[in-house]
Write a protein that binds this ligand. Structure first.
Ligand code: ADP
Ligand code: MG
Length: 686
C-alpha cells in the first residue's frame, strides 16, 4: 500500500463534489471517516408483517406495490400502496425525481424502513427509506444494526455508510493508537480497532446493554481526554492574551457602603476572586455559579465599579431584553448616585436615540452598557471596553462565547470576562463544558428570606389552589401562575397560558391579572412584567419566560402547571422567583396523572430539596446535560460519543491522567485532540 492512501479521492466514487461535502462534515482524510460516529442506529435485522405493525414505531416492511399514483392533496405527492399478504400499507413521497417515480411502479417488490403512522384509512409511512428488490435474487438482511450518521445536504446515508465501510477496510489496520498503553490499561480500555468496528456496526445485543462495553469505553475515554486537553489548551491560549489591569477599588467600596444590605460571606469571597483576576494583565476567564437569588447581580455591579473607576467601560449581556431592562434599573439605582452613566441597547430604540447612545458608547461617555446579543452583533463600537459580563450563560453556548470574545478583541487586547449562571452545574459537566474557565461559586443565599413550602398536587385540586391564590392576594401578596404552553394546542395534556389567563380572569374578577409569554411583543411583555414588579398586578400568568432572573420580592406564591413536563433545574429556577422577600412562600406544583416512575422520582427531589447543586446532579442523572445547560448536549459540548450523564464517573479519573499524558506525550496528545475535536474549536485563534 502506498503511503498517501489516506486521501478521500482514493476511495471509490469520491470526486471533487463529494469531497467538498465530506469537508463540510469536517472529514478531510479517510481516517476522519473512521471517527465520524453514528448518532443513532436502526434495527433492520428483521422484517415486520404489515398486519402486525404498531403505530408510531420504526419498522422494516417488505411488500409488492399494488398502486403507484400521483395525487394532489394541496400539494403534489406520490402515493404508493404495498401489500405483503397480511395487510396494506401506504407510502407517501413529497419529493421524488423521475427515476424514483419510475422505479416505484406497480408489481415491484419493495423493502422499506420508516416510522409508521396510523391514519383514518390505515397505516402509512412518510418518506421511508426504501430499496427495490430483485425478485430473482435473495437479499439478505443485515446482521448488525444500521448506523445513522450526522450528514449534510446531498450526502445520503447509504453513500456515507459505504464510504465509511471502505475506510474501515483500508485504514483500520494502521490506525494510530495514540493512548500510551499505561493509560489504556489503567483505565481498562479495549483496543481501538475493535471499538471502531463495534461502533460502526454493532451487534444487536450491544444496544440493550446500558453499561459501557470495553470497546465503547475506549472511544468515550479518548473523546473525553481530547475534550479535557482541548479545554486546557484553550485556557492556556486565552491566558496568553493581554488584558487591561483594572485595580481601582474606591468606587467599589463606596458602592458596598451604600447598599441596603450587607454582602454575604460568599459574595465577598467571589468578589475578591474577581478583583484579583481583573488586576492582572491577562484576561479574567471566570465562571460565576450561584443559585437563583444568591445575589449575582451585585457581584457583577462591583466588578463593573472597579472597571469604571479605572477609567474603562463594561458591558453586561443578558439573555432577554426583559432581563437587560431589569439590570438597567438595578444598576441605575446603584450607579446613578455615583454619577456613572449607563446605557441600555434595546431593539426598540428610535433611530435618533440609538444614534445618541452609540455615540456615547464610542466617545466613552456611557461607561456601563447593557443589552442582549445586540451588544456584539450590531455595529457597536466601544471607546475602551475592558470587562464583559455574561448573565445566565447557559443560554448562550460555547461557540457564541468564542465569537463574542473575538468581537470584543481590539488591538490584540481582550476584555476580562465573567460568565454568570444560575444553574449550578455538576462538577463533571462543568469540567467538560466549561473546562476553559476558572470557577467561582456563591454557596449561600442572603439571610432574612422566608421559607418556601413546596407542594406537589394533582391538577384536580386546582379549585383549592385558586382559593389559596385568593388568600395570598388578599394578604397583599402577588402570585405567579406558570404554564408550559402559550396557546391551546392539539396537545390536550398541557395547560396553555392563554386559556389559564381567561379562566383565572373569570374566577378572580375583582383582581388584577396579567399575562406574559414569549409570543407577545417586547413592549407588551415589558409592560406586564414592570406592572407586576410595581404591584399594579396581583397575579401574573406566564410561560417559562419568567424562568430567568426576574426579581419581585413581594411575590409569595407560584403555581406551576404540568410539572411532570419540566426538568428539575427548570423547576428549581422557576421556584427561585419566589421566596425573595421576608414572607413565607408557597410553590404549588400541579401535575397530570398518571405519573411515570421517573416523574415521581423527580417530584420527590424537587419537593424535598432547595439545593441547586444536588438538584442539578439529579437532573444530569435523570435527563442528561442538555437539560442543565439549556441547550442540546451536542451544541454545547460537541461530544460525539461520550454521554456526560452516563459517563460522568470517568471524568475525575480522566482528568488525573491528562496532565501526564500531555507532558510526557505532547505529540500524541496534540494528535488526539485533532482526531476528536478537529476543526470544531480552533483554539489557536481564540
Ligand atoms: P441572582 O443571583 O438570581 O441574579 P439577584 O442578583 O437578582 O440574584 O438578587 C436577588 C435579590 O437579592 C435582589 O433583590 C438583590 O437586591 C438581593 N440581594 C443580593 N445580595 C443580597 C444580600 N447580601 N443581602 C440581602 N439581599 C441581597
Ligand atoms: Mg440574575
Amino acid at each position: 500500500m502506498k503511503m498517501e492512501q489516506n486521501d478521500l479521492r482514493s476511495l471509490k466514487g469520491v470526486g471533487p463534489s463529494l469531497e467538498s461535502k465530506l469537508n463540510n462534515l469536517d472529514i478531510f482524510k479517510q481516517t476522519d471517516l473512521l471517527f465520524h460516529l453514528p448518532s443513532k442506529y436502526e434495527d433492520r435485522t428483521f422484517i415486520t408483517k404489515i398486519g402486525a405493525l404498531e403505530s408510531d414505531a420504526e419498522a422494516q416492511v417488505e411488500g409488492e406495490i399494488l398502486i403507484s399514483s400521483m395525487v394532489f392533496r394541496g400539494r403534489r405527492m406520490l402515493m404508493v400502496q404495498i401489500s405483503d399478504g397480511t395487510g396494506i400499507m401506504a407510502l407517501r413521497f413529497f419529493t421524488f425525481n423521475k427515476y424514483q417515480k419510475d422505479a416505484l411502479k406497480k408489481g415491484s417488490i419493495l423493502r422499506c424502513f420508516g416510522k409508521t403512522r396510523k391514519t383514518t384509512t390505515g397505516i402509512e409511512m412518510i418518506h421511508p427509506n426504501y430499496e427495490i428488490l430483485d425478485p430473482k435474487k435473495k437479499r439478505a438482511l443485515p446482521k448488525t444494526l444500521t448506523p445513522v450518521y450526522p450528514t449534510t445536504q446531498g450526502l445520503s446515508q447509504g453513500k456515507l455508510r459505504s464510504l465509511i465501510s471502505q475506510a474501515l477496510n483500508n485504514k483500520l489496520d494502521n490506525i494510530e493508537d495514540l493512548l500510551p498503553s499505561k493509560i489504556a490499561s489503567e483505565l481498562n480500555l479495549g483496543p481501538l480497532d475493535d471499538a471502531l468496528i463495534e461502533t460502526h456496526s454493532p451487534k444487536k445485543e450491544s444496544l440493550t446493554i446500558n453499561e459501557l462495553s470495553p470497546a465503547k469505553k475506549r472511544l468515550v475515554t479518548e473523546e473525553l481526554i481530547a475534550n479535557q486537553i482541548g479545554m486546557r489548551k484553550i485556557k492556556r491560549a486565552s491566558k496568553k492574551q493581554s488584558a487591561i489591569p483594572l485595580t481601582q477599588a474606591e468606587m467599589k467600596e463606596r458602592l458596598i457602603s451604600k447598599l441596603p444590605f450587607k454582602l454575604t460571606e460568599s459574595q465577598k469571597k467571589v468578589s475578591s476572586q474577581i478583583s484579583y483576576d481583573m488586576a492582572l494583565n491577562q484576561p479574567m476567564m471566570r465562571l460565576l455559579q450561584g443559585d437563583v437569588g444568591s445575589g449575582k447581580t451585585v457581584v457583577a455591579g462591583l466588578a463593573m465599579a472597579t472597571a469604571v473607576d479605572s477609567g474603562f467601560q463594561s458591558a453586561l449581556m443578558a439573555p432577554t431584553e426583559l432581563l437587560a431592562e431589569q439590570h438597567k434599573q438595578n444598576l441605575d439605582e446603584w450607579f446613578g448616585p455615583l454619577g456613572v452613566k449607563t446605557g441600555l441597547l434595546k431593539s426598540k430604540l428610535k433611530a435618533r436615540e440609538k444614534r445618541i447612545l452609540k455615540e456615547s458608547i464610542l466617545n466613552g461617555d456611557c461607561q456601563i452598557i447593557i443589552g442582549t446579543h445586540a451588544l456584539f452583533q450590531e455595529s457597536i463600537e466601544y471607546h475602551n471596553l475592558a470587562l464583559v459580563i455574561v448573565d445566565e450563560q447557559h443560554r448562550f453556548g460555547v461557540e457564541q462565547r468564542f465569537s463574542l470574545i473575538n468581537k470584543a478583541k481590539r488591538d490584540g487586547v481582550v476584555p476580562h470576562q465573567l460568565i454568570m449562571t444560575a444553574t449550578p452545574i455538576p462538577r463533571t459537566l462543568a469540567m467538560t463544558a466549561y473546562g476553559d474557565l476558572d470557577n467561582s461559586i456563591i454557596s449561600e443565599l442572603p439571610g432574612g428570606r422566608g421559607e418556601i413550602a413546596t407542594l406537589c398536587l394533582s391538577e384536580d385540586k386546582r379549585g383549592e389552589v385558586v382559593e389559596k391564590t385568593l388568600r395570598e392576594i388578599k394578604k397583599g401578596r402577588q402570585v405567579y401562575w406558570v404554564c408550559p404552553l402559550i396557546e391551546e394546542s392539539e396537545d390536550h395534556n398541557r395547560e396553555s397560558a392563554e386559556a389559564t389567563f381567561k379562566t383565572l380572569s373569570e374566577n378572580l374578577k375583582e383582581h388584577r391579572i396579567g399575562l406574559v409569554h414569549g409570543k407577545l411583543s417586547a413592549d407588551k411583555k415589558n409592560k406586564a412584567m414592570s406592572e407586576f414588579k410595581k404591584h399594579k398586578l396581583d397575579l401574573l400568568v406566564a410561560t417559562t419566560v419568567i424562568e430567568v432572573g426576574v426579581d419581585v420580592p413581594n411575590a409569595s406564591m407560584m403555581v406551576i402547571e404540568n410539572t411532570e413536563r419540566l426538568g428539575l433545574s427548570q423547576l428549581h429556577q422557576l421556584r427561585g422567583r419566589i421566596g425573595r422577600g421576608e414572607h413565607e412562600s408557597f410553590c404549588i406544583m400541579l401535575y397530570k396523572n398518571p405519573l411515570g416512575q421517573t416523574a415521581k422520582e423527580r417530584l420527590k427531589v424537587i419537593r424535598s430539596s432547595r439545593d441547586g447543586f444536588l438538584i442539578s446532579e439529579k437532573d444530569l442523572e435523570l435527563r442528561g446535560p442538555g437539560e442543565i445547560l439549556g441547550i442540546r448536549q451536542k451544541g454545547v459540548v460537541g461530544l460525539k460519543i461520550a454521554d456526560i450523564s452516563r459517563d460522568a464517573y470517568l471524568i475525575p479519573k480522566i482528568n488525573k491522567v491528562c496532565d501526564q499524558f500531555e507532558s510526557d506525550f505532547p505529540e500524541e496528545s496534540e494528535k488526539l485532540v485533532k482526531r476528536w475535536i478537529g476543526n470544531q474549536i480552533n483554539y489557536r485563534n481564540v
